[in-house]
Design a protein around this ligand. Sequence first.
Ligand SMILES: CCCCCCCC(=O)SCCNC(=O)CCNC(=O)[C@H](O)C(C)(C)COP(=O)(O)OP(=O)(O)OC[C@H]1O[C@@H](n2cnc3c(N)ncnc32)[C@H](O)[C@@H]1OP(=O)(O)O
Length: 154
Amino acid sequence: MMKGIQDYYPDHFGQCYGCGRLNEHGYQLKTAWDGEETLTRFTPSAYHTAIPGSVYGGLLASLIDCHGTGSAALALAKEKGIQLEGFNAPRCVTGSLQVSYKKPTPIDSTLEIRGIIKEVKGKKVVVEIRLLSKGEVCVTGEVIAIQVPDDFGK
Ligand SMILES: CCCCCCCC(=O)SCCNC(=O)CCNC(=O)[C@H](O)C(C)(C)COP(=O)(O)OP(=O)(O)OC[C@H]1O[C@@H](n2cnc3c(N)ncnc32)[C@H](O)[C@@H]1OP(=O)(O)O
């Protein structure tokens, strides 16, 4: 599995259901740069069904959510010139999540979730997201992610 920004979060940020590397029940998403875009992949199982053959929308929203916050963390690291090592990644939570379902998302294929950084302003990052199955955009979204301090949630 490829390494993602989530591998550079300290342990207490590693519990997230969507992207925590320490959550054995979660998706353990890995968000990384792919050129100018950010990318993560997720392979749905049959039990993620909404209507037969299609992925449940709530799951799709949560993939966009966590890929958005991971993308925002990557953008902040880039902007601040942070060389990722140990557990020094910036961390963001979701301020807002907007999702638009364009067509049913085929369940029998690995999903690609791609992010484009639209804005970095202080601790706020706006990320535009496309979710593709079989090469077709099925869902689009926008995440506004906000950087949080090290002791957030402690
Ligand atoms: C790192 C591992 C965890 C990964 C997380 C995975 C994704 C998740 O599920 S996170 C869980 C869901 N999210 C939450 O629980 C967050 C709850 N909200 C909060 O804690 C706070 O409202 C928080 C941190 C988002 C923002 O608070 P705060 O730092 O005080 O923001 P603040 O200084 O007022 O605003 C900063 C900027 O962000 C914007 N902003 C703040 N909150 C929001 C929001 N909810 N929606 C849109 N924009 C917002 C502000 O407008 C401001 O923008 P600008 O500079 O342009 O004026």
